[in-house]
Design a protein around this ligand. Structure first.
Ligand code: DLL
Length: 439
């Protein structure tokens, strides 16, 4: 565990408004956003279909009268039909990591970029960033919002940036050592790859000056945090965002690390039951829905993220008053339905990491031989847990099987594979392959 202590710092006053102040600000900004989206034919049409006019939106209470926006809607408007400003006002474009090949393009005005950098500066400050630190950004720089988003956030705080980008792990480590880097920014799965390289090459911990890291861009579990923290001797913070809403900077952990603070002056968050579309109670899991409040180029109304998490409106010990979201346990479209039971890959990860002797590298393969769903979890074993005794290996397999069954209620096939045999990731990990025919 790291000895690094993060002082409790708050970046700007919008993070700790009173309930009343926040409500008034959100209400006023919602009205402006509703006016702005009248420039987007998609919204104009969606509003008129339901008989909503901007005048009918007077306060936050009217939010639920507005239509939802889905990923499919954005795909249909590809590439830029969601733009609410003239193209001459666009300063930058990014794209979401689409699995279908066509990305969803998003656009930012100069104001949007300024605002975005500020949102990232907030969670970075909450998680320890100081102007005197040196930060290595090992996210992809490109259409992906991770690299540039974090880059300008770190710059806004005034810290020194090493824009290493993702990949070339030996060079990442050389830079971290030679430049005495304080903080690492990347996906949690790339952090695992880096950590493994450090261990395998016997690089002593004191050759690095790394104190903490900000990870985001993909789901990860609390058990994964513990593994990485123990291996690297650092503190790890979680941050969340999505391109359609802005990129990173939607939310992030503070020093308390009990949920990610959502920047509510910039986004209204709702948590709904994805089937009934009704709000769920605080603390209950549901799908997150975001409405942007400050975006000029591509404002978005009630965007259904498909990310499953819960909201905690209780005040936080750090002094911020903003609502906190839990870890994302999964995306509704990542959810596997196995023999009628809903399972998220994160549940399998959580179970696996609890079994001593397993490495945090795994692959979940789903198939349907003889019309019966079958899941095989390939798990790497740690070098020093490997044994030539069949009995010991069978014992490890049984422990994994039982732990997964305890968490998911399902029996899965467990395949132990040798160290280093599964793919390593430099960006977002792909840990599920579903071979079942799409119905
Ligand atoms: O991943 C933005 C980002 C970059 C956030 C870097 C944080 C750090 P997209 O490529 O559009 O944008 O993917 C967004 O990634 O809907 C979630 O499913 C997932 N995701 C992002 N951050 C987290 C997180 C960026 N901390 C999608 N935990 C989102 C769990 C996350 N899932």
């Amino acid at each position: 565990m790291s000895k690094f202590v993060v002082e409790n710092r708050i970046w700007d006053k919008e993070e700790s408004l009173t309930h009343h102040e926040l409500g008034a600000l959100q209400g006023a900004r919602l009205k402006e956003t509703v006016e702005r989206v009248q420039q987007v034919p998609f919204y104009k049409e969606a509003f008129s279909k339901t008989g909503i006019t901007p005048e009918k939106i007077q306060s936050l209470d009217d939010l639920q009268r507005l239509p939802f926006t889905t990923k499919a809607d954005l795909r249909e408007q590809y590439p830029l039909r969601m733009l609410a400003v003239d193209r001459s006002e666009v300063a930058r474009y990014h794209g979401s990591s689409g699995t279908t090949g066509t990305p969803t393009m998003v656009a930012y005005t100069h104001n949007d970029l300024k605002n975005w950098a500020n949102l990232c500066a907030r969670f970075l400050t909450g998680g320890g960033l100081l102007p005197e630190h040196t930060v290595q950004i090992a996210f992809g720089y490109g259409l992906f919002t991770g690299g540039f988003g974090l880059h300008y956030g770190v710059e806004r705080v005034g810290a020194g940036i090493i824009p290493a980008a993702a990949g070339n792990t030996p060079k990442q480590i050389m830079l971290m050592m030679d430049m005495q880097v304080d903080a690492l920014v990347c996906t949690p799965s790339y952090a695992l790859t880096i950590s493994e390289f450090i261990l395998q090459n016997d690089i002593p911990r004191n050759a690095l000056n790394l104190k903490y890291a900000h990870f985001g861009g993909e789901p990860w579990t609390e058990d994964m945090r513990t593994r990485i923290e123990d291996e690297m001797g650092i503190l790890c913070f979680n941050n969340y965002g999505l391109s359609e809403v802005i990129g990173p900077g939607v939310s992030g952990e503070c020093a308390v690390r009990d949920g990610m603070h959502i920047s509510e002056d910039a986004f209204i968050v709702e948590c709904i039951n994805p089937d009934t579309l009704e709000p769920v109670a605080p603390g209950e899991e549901g799908e997150l829905v975001f409405t942007s409040l400050c975006k000029e180029a591509m404002p978005i109304i009630r965007y259904r993220t498909r990310d499953i998490a819960s909201l905690n409106p209780e005040p936080c010990a750090c002094g911020r008053t903003t609502v906190r979201m839990s870890r994302v346990t999964g995306r509704s479209d990542d959810m596997l339905i196995i023999k009628g039971v809903n399972v998220y890959p994160s549940q399998i990860e959580q179970a696996l990491l609890r079994v001593e002797g397993t490495a945090p590298h795994y692959l979940i393969e789903v198939d349907r031989p003889d019309r019966r769903d079958e899941v095989t979890v390939k798990v790497e074993i740690m070098e020093d847990s490997f044994s030539s005794s069949m009995k010991e290996m069978q014992g490890l397999k049984d422990r994994i099987l039982r732990t997964i069954q305890g968490v998911t209620g399902l029996r899965m096939n467990i395949e132990l594979v040798s160290p280093n045999s599964l793919e390593r990731f430099i960006g977002k990990a792909q840990r599920v392959i579903d071979h079942r025919p799409k119905s």
